[in-house]
Design a protein around this ligand. Structure first.
Ligand code: NAG
Length: 192
């Protein structure tokens, strides 16, 4: 294969990957049928950190049963973190979901399959403590499910350590507006 052929293949592959990624962007009029019923039902909230929050939001925003995603900062002590000074926080995604359509266990599966939990303090080229891997659990039942899923992940290979931390869900600071790329406002389609 010569250089231009391999370039062509690379571009072809890239466009397939990008097209796939584009499907994950939630636009209000593309909301799944099932999600319309959620307006009457209480939603649940989950928060995960798994690298760059733009990417994390796209991953979870795709899922049926996920009503809204918000990117932000969690897991640290700094008050009012910002993108350029997030202190000891990790880039995180907050997921509001309908527990009738998707549950915490399924969100955990997506969490594990969407990043490399064995990379220390980073994801791919994004290196830094703000890209660390964290499951934020609300209460003992979620902590238990998180711990079981982490153990299962660790048994897949013993040659490296799963770095993911399991922390109690504390304060989540939404990021600045410009980072909220894929946010879905429920009210948009409610009134339209
Ligand atoms: C944590 O769980 C409790 C009980 O299920 C719920 O009332 C509360 O809103 C949850 N907290 C968050 C931040 O989701």
């Amino acid at each position: 294969m010569n250089l231009s052929q391999s370039n062509f293949l690379f571009i072809l592959l890239l466009s397939i990957l990008m097209a796939d990624r584009a499907l994950c962007i939630r636009i209000p009029d593309r909301i799944s049928e099932g999600a319309k019923d959620t307006l009457d039902r209480p939603l649940k909230t989950a928060v995960f950190a798994l690298g760059s929050f733009w990417r994390s939001e796209a991953v979870f925003g795709c899922l049926d049963g996920v009503v809204r995603t918000t990117v932000g900062y969690a897991g640290g002590a700094k008050i009012n973190p910002e993108y350029r000074s997030l202190g000891d926080h990790a880039e995180s995604v907050q997921i509001e979901y309908d527990p009738w359509l998707i549950n915490f266990r399924q969100l955990l599966e997506v969490f594990w399959s969407s990043h490399d939990s064995r990379q220390v303090f980073g994801q791919g080229p994004d290196v830094g403590t703000q890209y660390r891997s964290i499951i934020f659990a609300n209460g003992t039942e979620e902590s238990r499910l998180a711990a079981i899923s982490k153990e299962r992940e660790q048994t897949k290979s013993k040659s490296s350590i799963v770095t993911t931390k399991i922390l109690q869900l504390g304060k989540f600071y939404p990021a600045e507006h410009e980072h909220q790329k894929f946010e879905l406002k429920r009210n948009h389609f409610f009134f339209s």
